[in-house]
Design a protein around this ligand. Structure first.
Ligand SMILES: [Zn+2]
Length: 86
């Protein structure tokens, strides 16, 4: 059992409450702090595999998530989830 702490992509609050499911089956959350809705793992497939490989390769060379997010414009959360899956 893995517990994932979700954070609101809008305000970084972790006060997310479940709010039904999206049409694609993803869990939806509503943020208690700012009232906006977010999705579980909002961008796992937002980048093609090649892009992901490129970014992960850059991560292995530099080991700097901060630099990666600046260079590639991906969210740190997204890259972290890729790294964990490796
Ligand atoms: Zn929020």
């Amino acid at each position: 059992m893995v517990t994932i702490t979700l954070h609101c992509p809008h305000c970084e609050s972790d006060a997310l409450i479940r709010n039904g499911h999206a049409p694609n089956g993803k869990q939806l959350y509503r943020c208690h702090a700012c009232g906006r809705q977010s999705r579980e793992n909002p961008t796992p497939h937002a980048y093609p595999e090649s892009r992901r490989e490129e970014i992960l390769h850059a991560y292995q060379e530099r080991s700097s998530l901060r630099g990666l997010t600046r260079t590639f414009g991906v969210s740190r959360t997204t890259v972290s989830s890729w790294i964990k899956k490796k």
